[in-house]
Write a protein that binds this ligand. Structure first.
Ligand code: IPD
Ligand code: CA
Ligand code: CA
Length: 264
């Protein structure tokens, strides 16, 4: 059985409503893709529109909660103990290029601790949910990280920095170290889904740096509630602040961390 707490019901309803808008806009992007104008402006509008729906729905259901929104920034509510952390469209570059791999990510933080998370890919209709202490789910099915122990059998995911970002060299060295030891390395382009895939046992591990809290807040809870481990590159529980994340099935965590460090 999926999670059915009042909080989760509120979150999934808001996410599904915002996703209807995103799906319509994605259909439009697929058309714009072949037009001269290109989809860039349109996608910016899609981000904003989805975020507006999420904000309105969550505010209506939980008046006074604070927000950390990718597009709208910090909004202080009357209730400082609760905060929604939201990425209305994670995987913007995929979306803009008509690649059906993107998601909405919503997390709820209570007194500085992430207590609930939802990641939803409207194209595949995969709804990932987690609540602290209550497990992680994909739609109605309980999630469990993989049990692979040999690095050579593991599939890892990462995020590659692009134009205007730092750490190109160190990322390349890390990829170099991992690809010689693992079954494969993937770069799919949506951090929230990379984490959801670790929780689902599809990826055995994932690493990336320079991420924002809205990219990873919900996904971190998904991985932990599915039995996995999340840390920064030196093993601390600090990813939301540092933007540096290493998420694995737990079994390979330390060996994978050492492998990455050796590549740098
Ligand atoms: C991006 C995606 C991508 C990651 C980038 C993020 P956005 O988020 O999660 O996978 O590599 O660093 O900024 O911009 O598509 O919401
Ligand atoms: Ca993002
Ligand atoms: Ca985004």
């Amino acid at each position: 059985m999926a999670l059915t707490s009042p909080t989760m019901t509120v979150m999934t309803a808001a996410v599904r409503k915002a996703s209807r808008k995103l799906s319509r806009d994605f259909g439009e992007v697929e058309n714009l893709q072949v037009s001269k104008k290109g989809p860039a402006d349109f996608v910016t509008a899609a981000d904003l529109a989805a975020e507006k729906v999420l904000r309105e729905e969550l505010e209506r259901a939980r008046p006074g909660y604070s927000f950390l929104l990718e597009e709208g920034g910090v909004i202080k509510g009357t209730d400082a103990t609760h905060r929604w952390i939201i990425d209305p469209l994670d995987g913007t570059t995929n979306f803009m290029h008509a690649i059906p791999h993107f998601a909405i990510s919503v997390a709820l933080e209570r007194n500085g601790v992430i207590v609930a998370g939802v990641v939803y890919n409207p194209v595949t209709n995969e709804l990932y949910t987690a609540e602290r202490g209550r497990g992680a789910y994909i739609n109605d099915r309980r999630l469990r990280v993989s049990s692979r122990t040999n690095l050579t059998e593991c599939l890892f995911a990462t995020g590659l920095p692009f134009h205007g970002k730092a750490h190109h060299e160190s990322t390349l060295s890390e990829v170099g170290a991992v690809m010689t030891m693992a079954a494969g390395v993937r770069r799919f382009g949506a951090a929230s889904l990379d984490l959801a895939y670790v929780a689902a046992g599809r990826f055995d591990g994932y690493w990336e740096r320079d991420l924002a809290p809205w990219d990873i807040a919900a996904g971190i809870l998904l991985v932990r509630e599915a039995g996995g481990m999340v840390s920064d590159f030196v093993g601390r529980d600090n990813s939301l602040k540092s933007g540096e994340i290493l998420a694995t099935n737990g079994v390979v965590h330390d060996r994978f961390r050492t492998l990455l460090a050796g590549g740098r």
